[in-house]
Write a protein that binds this ligand. Structure first.
Ligand code: PRE
Length: 239
């Protein structure tokens, strides 16, 4: 049957096409990164490779943004991978696989300021500049929790940490996994209590509303989590 046939699962569409299209933002290390030459890397890029291999199709990565990601799934691509948090709003538009990683929001700041920004009350003060990337759960968290501090919206998540290093922002509140990675790359940046973040969240892959496709993706991810594939792929990124 041709692509788009109503009763057909996307699982069949992808196999008939011989290619799976995976949306990713490419701006969120260590999950997904796209360099200036367009080359992709990251935990979820490697896992997308494993998924395609085990499904027996080619992998095509498709550029998306945090604002557009939930709408692009099912239109521009078959699923989205790359540090996507489970949110109940996105779950109204699509399905998620089982989760594969636990995370939560925590601050990252210059090491010399680490003691000043331990609690939300310390951070939410006049004169404190909290920088945030728009479109995802970081912005939602900042809008919901920062009433007195200044929220600096910075469109490019790849240069956001340089803004803190340059002194144009005091801190960012983002996922603990990202704060650990960025602090490792930049010795002047410190992750603030990344093992005790302010929130609980989980990472999973976002799919269209298609139970047959979700069933296969869940079985693949469950297997990868339990047969050593996930551990092997995540090790160089998560340490
Ligand atoms: O929106 C999500 O699901 C994310 O987890 C992505 C998100 C965000 O929350 O904005 C998380 C951390 C990165 O700094 C960039 C994007």
């Amino acid at each position: 049957a041709p692509e788009g046939h109503g009763a057909q699962s996307r699982l069949d569409v992808v196999q008939a096409r011989g290619e799976i299209r995976v949306c990713s933002t490419g701006d969120y290390r260590p999950f997904t990164y796209r360099d200036a030459d367009g080359a992709w890397s990251g935990i979820d890029i490697d896992l997308a490779g494993d998924l395609a291999r085990r499904l027996g199709v080619r992998l095509q990565l498709v550029q998306t943004t945090w604002k557009a990601i939930a709408d692009d799934v099912g239109r521009k691509c078959d699923l989205a991978m790359g540090g996507v948090s489970v949110t109940l709003d996105r779950a109204k538009k699509g399905f998620y696989t089982v989760p594969y990683l636990r995370d939560g929001k925590t601050p990252i700041t210059l090491c010399e300021n680490e003691k000043r920004f331990q609690t939300l009350e310390q951070i939410d003060q006049p004169g404190v500049r909290a920088i945030v990337n728009p479109g995802g759960t970081n912005e939602q968290f900042a809008d919901a929790n920062l009433k007195r501090a200044t929220i600096v919206r910075h469109p490019d998540n790849n240069t956001i940490f340089a803004e803190i290093l340059a002194g144009r922002a005091d801190l960012m509140i983002t996922d603990a996994t990202e704060t650990r990675w960025q602090a490792k790359q930049n010795p002047r940046l410190c992750a603030v209590h990344p093992d005790e973040p302010f929130t609980f969240s989980e990472k999973a892959y976002l799919l269209p509303r298609d139970v047959v496709f979700k069933e296969w993706a869940d079985q693949w991810l469950h297997l990868a989590l339990n047969d050593g594939t996930y551990a092997r792929i995540a090790k160089p990124w998560l340490g």
